[in-house]
Design a binder for this molecule. Structure first.
Ligand SMILES: [Zn+2]
Length: 447
């Protein structure tokens, strides 16, 4: 085992002691051949089924299936394969996996990245079955998390599920994965930088306190994990090892803290928003990581504006806070203006309602920020990277580094700030500028 894999394995083993669902993570080279051993080590059941799509079956599933059959110890079902070239994690495909699982008591092994992963996680949960994941690209931090992103009635939702018992990553498979998938994972990991800043804000006002252990798991090694963007552009094994360690640790931190706050802030709201608007670019849906990467640039630009405010400038807006505070009927109106009157608007209204706070609470939050303004700015500066650096890191990793590359023009991006502020309860920089009367800062942002 090379030194980088050895060190990664050691750090993962330490982290696994704190996680309550995932028992084993194997990262190696050519370790697909250990699938059968790991499976037998963790599960009592002897029956197993591999779930993959055409591409991931060729990339890893076939070897895995052969390995499971090799010793005649396990009872191996016929692999369940999605044959469509493009498909999504939606109710229809979820039902297909669920009915496959319902036929036997086999434990599923998901072989794939985003979509297969989400479908198997949720279907296994609905069938009350443990499962194993074999990741085929360093594209998401969802391998070890407890949420599955599934489209229900046209809306992407994060549905509850259990985390996997075992995760296996063969770096040789990651090296052969399409580079844009690994670039997407890099962008999703880079998002933990602005997400951390948002958590600092939420912690200050006490809406979501920082979970110190989970924070340290993600934030302390984060810059090291992100240190080789050029390596990601080359699908280099060492760079991919660091990246996948970061993504897996991020999922484990979610398991430990029982929240995805560890991994997502306002930058993820942009991605959720564009998902729900069914945004496509040249006929394709940009990956989660690419959307989150552009969200990270947008949010970092906003942070730069906020951090430039002196105490005097910041405190001035308190005089207008009663005037700038949006009453519920104004928020309702904003939701309808931005999202129309259909299903999506109804869901956003529900989310906005959860977020709504009255004027006395807004004033309390303002006073907390004002009291700590200088030290808060220091803390945020330490946490954040300049937007130009974020953009450069994305560019080096061969991920989109301007909104136009994912089909979002300047006007659409500016509009997205306002729309993203209305969705999902998770205090972030968008709420901060809205509630403290500094929303106008957004209009001068040039991405
Ligand atoms: Zn993400």
């Amino acid at each position: 085992m090379n030194k980088i894999i050895e060190e990664t394995t050691k750090r993962l083993e330490q982290c696994l002691l704190l996680a309550d669902e995932t028992r084993l993570v194997s990262i190696g080279q050519n370790n697909l051949l250990q699938t059968s051993n790991l499976f037998q080590h963790c599960f009592d059941s002897k029956r197993v089924v591999v779930i993959a799509d055409r591409n991931t079956f060729e990339a890893a599933g076939r070897i895995v299936n052969t390995n499971l059959c090799s010793e005649n110890i396990l009872s191996v079902e016929e692999p369940f394969l999605f044959l469509e070239q493009e498909f999504h994690a939606d109710s229809k495909h979820l039902e297909a996996v669920r009915s496959c699982l319902a036929k036997t008591d086999a434990i599923p092994i998901a072989v794939g990245s985003g979509t297969i992963n989400d479908l198997v996680k949720r279907a296994a949960f609905e069938c009350q079955r443990p499962y194993m994941i074999i990741g085929t690209a360093a594209s998401v931090d969802g391998y070890t998390s407890f949420g599955a992103s599934i489209e229900v009635d046209g809306m992407k939702q994060t549905l509850t599920c259990s985390a996997p018992h075992i995760v296996l990553i063969d770096l040789k498979v990651l090296e052969r994965a399409p580079q844009e998938l690994n670039a997407a994972g890099y962008a999703d990991l880079l998002a933990k930088i602005p997400a951390g800043a948002d958590w600092i804000l939420a912690d200050k006002i006490g809406t979501e306190s920082i979970h110190r252990i989970a924070w340290d798991i993600v934030q302390k090694p984060l810059r090291q994990w992100l240190s080789q963007p050029e390596g990601i552009a080359r699908n280099d094994s060492d760079a991919l090892c660091l990246l996948i360690e970061g993504l897996i640790m991020s999922g484990l931190a979610m398991q430990i803290a029982k929240t995805s706050r560890t991994a997502s802030g306002a930058e993820h709201m942009f991605s959720h928003l564009w998902d729900n608007q069914h945004h496509t670019c040249q006929g394709k849906i940009p990956s989660h990581g690419f959307k989150v990467g552009i969200g990270s640039i947008a949010v970092s630009l906003l942070y730069e504006k906020v951090l430039a405010l002196t105490t005097e400038e910041f405190s001035k807006s308190k005089q207008n806070i009663a005037a700038t505070h949006r009453r519920w009927h104004e928020i309702e109106q904003a939701v309808h203006t931005n999202f129309g009157d259909g299903n999506l608007a109804e869901q956003v209204l529900e989310q906005s309602r959860q977020k709504y706070v009255d004027l006395p609470e807004i004033i309390r939050r303002f006073d907390v920020f004002l009291e700590h303004w200088d030290e808060l700015k220091e803390e945020l500066r330490y946490q954040l990277l300049p937007a130009a650096t974020i953009r450069e890191m994305l560019r080096k990793a061969n991920a989109p580094s301007s909104p136009e590359e994912i089909g979002i023009n300047h006007d659409r991006l500016l509009q997205s700030f306002g729309q993203a502020q209305l969705i999902r309860y998770r205090y972030n920089i968008l709420d901060f500028v809205m509630e403290t009367g500094h929303w106008e800062l957004i209009s001068s942002i040039i991405p």
